[in-house]
Design a protein around this ligand. Structure first.
Ligand code: KIV
Length: 277
C-alpha cells in the first residue's frame, strides 16, 4: 500500500476539517465536494465518502425553483443547513451566506456568519467576491469562523455580469482574480471556489496560493472539484453546461418508478394483501 493510500484511508475514517483539506492539497489528493440541502441526501452523500458538503445558495434554484440565487433568505439557509448537519458524520459542512446578508458591512457579515454557526452546527461559511468582501472575511475569520471564498462566476452578481458565460477570459478580469485569490488567502480563507474560469487561469491561481481551490467549470488545475448534486444525478434536465458530468439519470428513474406506482394504483394492484393490515 502506498503512503498516499494509507493517509487517504486514515482521513476517510475521521471527520474532515479545514486542516484535512489543507493536508489533502499538500499531498496532492483531490478534494470531492458536492452540494446538499436536506437530511436524507446529506446522509447518503456523506456515507458515500464526499469530503465537503456545501449547503449552497443554489438551493434557491434547485429546491425553491427560483431563476437566480438572490431570493433565498438567511432563515431558509439556516433551515437547509440544520437538515444537512443532522445527516452528516464525516464531511465538512460549509454554508453559503446568501445575497444581502454580508454586503452591507463587515459587522452585518459577522452577525450572519455567527447566526449560521450557532443555529446550524455547520463548520464553515462561504462568501462570494474578492476585494469587496475582504474586510468581512477578515472580521469573520478573526472571530474564529472558517471562511471559504468564491471567485470567478459569482452567481449573486448575475445582474452585474448579465450572463452566466465564462468569466476572466479578458486580461483585466484575470488580473483582478489573480490579486483577489492572494487577498483571500491573506484574509484567512481556508479555501476558495473557482467557478467557470479558463482552466489555465485556475491552475495559475491555485499555484499562487497554499490553500486548496475547488473548481466548478475551472478545469483540472484545482485542488478539488464541486458540482451541484442535482446536476450530477440528472435531476435538472434543462441545465446542461459543459462542466456538468451526469453520473445518473434520476429524473428518468423517478419518472419510471412513479409511473409504475400510478399504474398499480389504477389497476388496484397496490396495495396487495401483504402490504395491508
Ligand atoms: O451555491 C452553490 O451551489 C455554489 C456552488 C456552485 C459552488 O456556490
Amino acid at each position: 500500500m502506498s503512503t498516499q493510500t494509507v493517509s487517504v484511508a486514515a482521513a476517510a475514517a475521521k471527520r474532515v476539517t479545514t486542516q484535512t483539506l489543507q493536508e489533502m492539497r499538500a499531498e496532492g489528493v483531490p478534494i470531492a465536494m458536492l452540494t446538499a440541502y436536506d437530511y436524507t441526501s446529506a446522509r447518503i452523500l456523506d456515507e458515500a465518502g464526499v469530503d465537503v458538503l456545501l449547503v449552497g445558495d443554489s438551493a434557491s434554484n434547485v429546491m425553491a425553483g427560483h431563476e437566480t440565487t438572490l431570493p433565498i433568505t438567511l432563515d431558509q439557509m439556516v433551515y437547509h443547513a440544520q437538515c444537512v448537519v443532522r445527516g452528516v458524520g464525516r464531511a465538512l459542512v460549509v454554508v453559503d451566506l446568501p445575497f444581502g446578508t454580508y454586503q452591507g458591512s463587515s459587522r452585518e457579515a459577522l452577525r450572519s456568519a455567527i447566526r449560521v454557526m450557532k443555529e446550524t452546527g455547520a463548520h464553515a461559511i462561504k462568501i462570494e467576491g474578492g476585494q469587496a468582501s475582504i474586510e468581512s472575511i477578515r472580521r469573520i475569520t478573526e472571530a474564529g469562523i472558517p471562511v471559504m471564498g468564491h471567485l470567478g462566476l459569482t452567481p449573486q452578481s448575475i445582474y452585474k455580469f448579465g450572463t452566466y458565460k465564462v468569466r476572466a477570459r479578458e486580461e483585466e478580469e484575470a488580473d483582478e482574480l489573480r490579486q483577489d485569490i492572494v487577498l483571500l488567502e491573506q484574509a484567512g480563507c481556508f479555501g476558495v471556489v473557482l467557478e467557470k474560469i479558463p482552466a489555465s487561469l485556475a491552475r495559475e491561481a491555485t499555484d499562487s496560493v497554499s490553500i486548496p481551490t475547488i473548481g466548478i467549470g475551472a478545469g483540472q488545475g484545482c485542488s478539488g472539484q464541486v458540482l451541484v448534486t442535482h446536476d450530477l444525478l440528472g435531476l435538472t434536465k434543462d441545465f446542461n453546461p459543459r462542466f456538468v458530468r451526469r453520473y445518473a439519470d434520476l429524473a428518468e428513474t423517478i419518472t419510471t418508478a412513479v409511473q409504475g406506482y400510478i399504474a398499480d394504483v389504477r389497476e388496484r394492484d397496490f396495495p396487495s394483501e401483504g402490504e395491508s393490515y
